[in-house]
Ligand binder design. Sequence first.
Ligand SMILES: [Zn+2]
Ligand SMILES: [Zn+2]
Length: 119
Amino acid sequence: MGRITYKETTQTKWNNPSGFAADLKPPDKPVFLHLAGPCPRCKDPMDYDYPLVTIQGVADIGAEGTEKVMETLEGLGHRPRSGDTDVDVICACIQVHTKDKEGCGAYCVFHATWGAANG
Ligand SMILES: [Zn+2]
Ligand SMILES: [Zn+2]
């Protein structure tokens, strides 16, 4: 969309960007909050998997270890719970706005809610 260059910037009006949505992933045994929508600045689509759980400890198990843990959690069958949180959204579109930078640099806050009334 035009020639937007990378710039770390935010605007109050970008918060809770329109067209953005959150859903649980996987829907029946959620481990992640999946966020998707157009970037409020560059309008390119972006999406994230935001962990619903945290694993705390002293030693970092690294990205690969975390991935394995998350895979294990998917099989545990914990049920969807309702909740809400503010998620910091940073543009992570696949468009190259500026070489060697991810996204266009825009950031904002998205208030995500999830949970099933029938859950
Ligand atoms: Zn973009
Ligand atoms: Zn963007």
